[in-house]
Design a protein around this ligand. Structure first.
Ligand code: WTA
Length: 669
């Protein structure tokens, strides 16, 4: 294996980001790993690709047959551009697939969920026990009037009840809308209202770094303006005091204790809405991405098995919060559909010390570990001594997701955490794709640090220019998906037009083209056909692996009484991948006594409007923002400005854009 890295000539297309590193290192799977893998050679993988390519729909039918169905489908795919329906006519139930069907096997007593709380308390739920809890919760939801097709909002931390709540919704055919526990009351309110949720499940408080975050109190603020919510179920976690409104609020544990532990899963149509998950886009309003039942579970289950080479004796640990798509697909549904043992951890990775994750891996004998590059960069910063204190020999496979991983972090992950023996699966996908699309298959793919390698069998992607022509090797372009796939988003809730425009408007269906899904990512394909993600080409940024829309943050800033205009751009950050810089111009006549205090106030304001994760790292004030003649803020210019080290002075002083104004006439964006 080569261990050399050299700078390469940069290849760019106008407006795209150049990739500056040519990575020559290659890591074939070890014989040891390959000999035990489900797909154990490049030849076997090629054969599977060829098989899938011959009839891609038939391939997905084979995958769907791995699940349990009440009634078989009549049509595997109904494709009316840009809307897909998979396994039409088939009926199934996601919770039945994740639980009931394991009960008739030896897995009945297998640990489904090993959960560790931040204070160190551990709970293990076997498949039988998890099933019992889910049945009780399903009965409680039905008692509270939740019907098939109703939306249930879930605003919780990483506790077993979150998984139980999701599965209970899936079981009765309610559509869950999980809202990340780090979001503010305002963000919660908007997401409840946009989805017209009928019931909210939350918890008293959540543990984080030795303190509790009062989730119920935050929910109470939102609940003042959520007319659709009829009932609230409150899980007791921290036992802190919280207000309970009689007739509306119910303790989860009391209700569940009293509920029947039997519940028959209904047969739901394959296209029944399973969940809505809000994600950021390039306007101020988050998008409610809709996923449905049969196709989603098919691809999520199939990719979990293939990409993580899942075996029955694995202990699988994905650090994602259930508030994000990774938590949905690869903490809950994919692993449980495969009968896996999941480790779930409640709190911060550096609590009480910076080795909590390694300690968890050692004590629970974790064999598969799936995390984000931003976490890996933090681990690197905290230092090698922390993992070195622990026996990590149980690990056999490592994964990453959420943003491009820089080769340095990849190598550290490989050497320090994987002990040089664990393959790394760098998995590319999105909230909208529902499941992993581009990834190594660990027993078969030769990996290179920094690339998600190639699309999985049954998935067709390409890198193209804006006019749709394919990019030559190593030329940067736009990443598209060229054939519908089972776990694709079905629409944006309440705004199908936006769904069409955002994803299908760029490469529309014409007489000569079938129409492609545009991912919003820039990428290049190398000579081996490996795909290197360059980054987003829209106004979406990845901060610490969280996807944020700059427009959302801008509208939060503009909602402050002193702010006239705001532009938010990203600058590279060694740990977080990107940091946010907000340029703000204040209303005429706004009297500012103390700029640093105002800066702080604006950051707090964004925290209140959206959540801590969206707080800008820098706030810079300016009399005006540089604009094109048509009045568009020249974000590209601002991006360049914040990326160039020398340009900016003290961040609390006023920026003078008068020089840049001169560019107006010549530099339209
Ligand atoms: C980025 C997370 C490079 C990408 C599952 C995508 C990645 C966005 C990778 C989706 C990867 C995700 N390499 N970039 N392996 N995985 N991304 O919806 O820009 O939170 O469009 O889904 O994350 O973010 P989302």
């Amino acid at each position: 294996m080569a261990t050399r890295k050299r700078p390469a000539s940069t290849t760019t297309t106008p407006g795209s980001i150049a990739s500056v590193m040519q990575e020559d290192r290659r890591f074939p799977p070890s014989n040891e790993f390959a000999s035990h893998a489900h797909i154990g050679s490049a030849r076997a993988l090629r054969a599977l690709h060829d098989h899938a390519a011959q009839d891609v729909v038939a391939y997905w039918e084979e995958q769907a047959r791995e699940l349990a169905w009440f009634a078989p489908w009549k049509k595997p795919l109904v494709w009316k551009h840009p809307h897909a329906q998979w396994f039409v006519g088939g009926t199934t139930n996601v919770a039945m697939n994740c639980l009931d069907r394991h009960l008739g096997t030896w897995r009945r007593t297998k640990a489904a969920l090993i959960w560790e709380g931040e204070p160190g308390d551990v709970r293990t739920l076997t498949y039988q026990q998890l099933h019992t809890e889910v049945c009780r919760a399903a009965n409680v939801l039905e008692q509270l009037g939740v019907q098939r097709g109703d939306v249930v909002a879930i605003y919780m931390g990483m506790v077993p009840e979150t998984v139980i709540a999701m599965l209970a919704c899936a079981r009765i055919g309610a559509t869950h809308n999980v809202i990340f526990g780090g979001f503010s009351s305002d963000a919660l309110r908007d997401r409840i209202n946009d989805s017209s949720a009928k019931l909210l499940i939350t918890q008293d408080g959540a543990w984080r770094r030795g303190e509790t975050i009062p989730l119920k109190a935050a929910a109470d603020v939102a609940l003042k303006k959520t007319p659709s919510i009829r009932n609230v179920l409150v899980v007791q976690r921290t036992a802190e005091k919280c207000a309970m409104k009689s007739g509306r609020d119910h303790w989860w544990h009391l209700r569940l204790q009293a509920a029947d532990a039997r519940h028959e899963p209904p047969a739901l149509p394959s296209e029944h809405p399973l969940f809505i998950l809000y994600t950021s886009g390039s306007t101020g309003k988050p998008k409610g991405i809709l996923h449905t039942t049969g196709g989603y579970l098919t691809q999520v289950a199939s990719t979990t098995k293939m990409v993580f080479d899942l075996r029955d004796d694995d202990v699988y640990f994905c650090t994602a919060d259930v508030g994000w798509i990774t938590g949905h697909s690869y903490v809950v549904y994919g692993p449980l559909a495969n009968g896996a043992t999941i480790l779930m951890y409640e709190g911060a990775p550096n609590w009480p010390e910076s080795d909590r994750v390694w300690d968890l891996i050692e004590r629970h004998h974790v064999s598969i570990f799936y995390t984000a590059p931003t976490a890996i960069r933090s681990f690197m910063k905290w230092g090698e001594s922390w993992p070195r204190k622990h026996d990590l020999s149980s690990l056999r496979l490592l994964g990453t997701v959420g943003e491009p991983i820089n080769p340095e972090a990849w190598m550290w992950y490989h050497d320090v955490i994987g002990g040089g023996r664990c393959p790394i699966v760098d998995t590319w996908w999105q909230t909208e794709t529902g499941a992993i699309m581009i990834s190594p298959v660990p027993g078969a793919t030769v990996t290179k640090p920094g690339t998600a390698t190639k699309p999985l069998p049954g998935i067709s992607v390409d890198v193209v220019h804006a006019d749709g022509t394919p990019c030559k090797a190593n030329v940067g372009g736009l990443l598209v998906v060229t054939h519908p796939w089972p776990s694709m988003a079905r629409t944006i809730v309440g705004d199908d037009e936006r769904y069409r425009e955002t994803y299908w408007g760029m490469f529309p269906k014409t007489r000569t083209s079938a129409g492609w899904y545009f991912t919003g990512d820039g990428a290049r394909k190398d000579r081996d056909g490996y795909i290197w993600i360059i980054g987003r080409v829209d106004d979406v940024v990845n901060v610490s692996g969280h996807r944020l829309g700059t427009a959302e943050i801008e509208s939060a800033l503009v909602s402050h009484p002193m702010v006239a205009e705001a532009a938010v751009v990203a600058r590279p950050d060694a740990i977080k991948g990107n940091a946010l810089v907000a340029f703000v111009s204040l209303k005429t006549g706004a009297r500012i006594k103390n700029l640093p205090a105002l800066k702080q106030e604006l950051r707090t304001h964004v925290g209140k409007e959206i959540g801590q994760i969206a707080k800008p790292d820098d706030v810079r004030f300016s009399e005006s923002l540089p604009k094109t003649r048509s009045g568009k803020i020249m974000r590209r210019l601002l991006r360049e400005l914040v990326s160039g080290a020398a340009v900016m002075g003290d961040m609390t002083t006023l920026e003078d854009f008068s020089v840049l104004e001169k560019l107006r006439s010549s530099d339209e964006d």
